[in-house]
Design a protein around this ligand. Structure first.
Ligand code: SAH
Ligand code: DHB
Ligand code: MG
Length: 223
């Protein structure tokens, strides 16, 4: 056995090898995050498969995603949907959006995935203005500082039963740092307080360890 992190990564790799099938398009998508401003911050293969399973289990037909990067998580969710399904994914970075669109074509999901470029809060507000059909599942994985605002907007784009998943809520335990000067940590802490006080949601959060260290995701359902 090595360090704890080496062990977490080795077990993640073992589980992925046995349980998660990644085709060439997904593998290429993961590699192509190197062409974006923030390489490697996509979800792991295990988490990608988890998101796909959630879409299938819930029968989600409409998925909203905050934070596209190269499209890795979008592809897992889009592939888990029926042909009439739709993913709307929001990213501020036009270069990332271009990489993602290429990946959506290669993965065979281009017709099912729409990328909207711009600050995610503005794009979400535009969806609210357009009276977009409510989403069945929302994955929040963009800049952490605005996560509470993304949640508020998501609630306006939801129906009772909508599932909301929020990535990176543990951050190697940094979420406990009350006086953190990191705006991302303050964003996550504000998110927790919002949900604590909000009767519109039933929620939990699970910690994760693996290839991308120690983190966690929050899972909520709109009541
Ligand atoms: N969900 C992706 C990873 C997203 S990484 C996956 O798992 O494959 C986070 C993304 O959020 C980056 O691509 C970044 O450009 C985007 N982002 C950061 N700030 C943003 C903002 N204000 N509005 C929209 N997107 C933003
Ligand atoms: C960061 C963002 C993510 O969505 C993630 O999964 C890991 C790291 C980041 O901004 O550092
Ligand atoms: Mg993330």
């Amino acid at each position: 056995m090595g360090t704890a992190q080496e062990d977490f990564a080795a077990v993640d790799t073992y589980l992925i090898d046995h349980l998660v099938h990644e085709d060439q398009a997904l593998a290429d998508t993961r590699r192509s995050s190197a062409e974006t401003a923030t390489p490697g911050i996509d979800v792991t293969q295990s988490m990608g498969a988890f998101l796909g399973l959630l879409v299938q289990i819930t029968g989600a037909r409409r998925v909203l995603e905050f934070g596209t990067l190269a499209g890795y998580s979008s592809i897992w969710m889009a592939r888990a949907m029926d042909d009439d399904g739709a993913v709307v994914t929001l990213d501020i970075d036009p270069a990332a959006a271009q990489v993602a669109r290429r990946n959506f074509h290669a993965a065979g999901v281009a017709e099912r995935v729409q990328v909207r470029v711009g600050p995610a809060l503005e794009s979400a507000e535009a969806l609210i203005q357009e009276q977009a059909e409510p989403f069945d599942l929302v994955f929040i994985d963009a800049d952490k500082v605005k996560t509470p605002h993304y949640l508020e907007a998501s609630l306006e784009l939801s129906h009772p039963g909508t599932v909301i998943v929020i990535d990176n809520v543990v951050r190697s335990g940094a979420v406990l740092e009350q006086d953190s000067t990191d705006p991302d940590i303050q964003g996550i802490r504000a998110l927790m307080e919002l949900i604590q006080a909000d009767e519109r949601l039933s929620a939990t959060a699970l910690q994760t360890v693996g290839l991308k260290g120690w983190d966690g995701f929050l899972l909520a359902r709109v009541n």
